[in-house]
Design a protein around this ligand. Structure first.
Ligand code: FES
Length: 119
């Protein structure tokens, strides 16, 4: 199915920054954003493992589209709306807050070179 065939897409508002994009319910938030060449949510492995795309859903609902690393999103956090943008699809319009990103990953010493951790 091409993007023009998508019947229902949801409005995604990203903070900080206030960027918005439309994401089909058939795609993860990260797929939808990258497909439009937008950059509001940091992108890494796209496989639920690195945590760079961690967000918190402030309003609206999502469905899980795969496993999320518990190293990055605990069960308790998941219940509070935290998730990985590469592992959730929108069920409604959303407002999300970006929590992950390269700087946080570097600061947590996840196997990055020491020169990068000393920033
Ligand atoms: S991009 Fe790595 S967990 Fe989502």
């Amino acid at each position: 199915m091409s993007r023009s065939d998508e019947v229902h897409a949801f409005q995604i508002q990203v903070s900080p920054g206030g960027d918005t994009f439309r994401c089909p319910g058939s795609e993860t938030l990260l797929q939808g954003m990258v497909g439009l060449r937008r950059k509001g949510i940091p992108s890494g492995c796209r496989n639920g493992g690195c945590g760079i795309c961690k967000i918190r859903v402030l309003t609206g609902h999502v469905s899980k589209a795969g496993t999320m690393s518990r190293a990055h999103v605990s069960l308790q956090q998941e219940e509070q709306g935290f998730c990985l943008a590469c592992r959730v699809k929108p069920l409604s319009d959303l407002k999300v807050e970006v929590l992950g990103g390269m700087e946080r990953a570097l600061g947590q010493g996840r196997g990055w070179p020491t020169w990068a951790q000393d920033r």
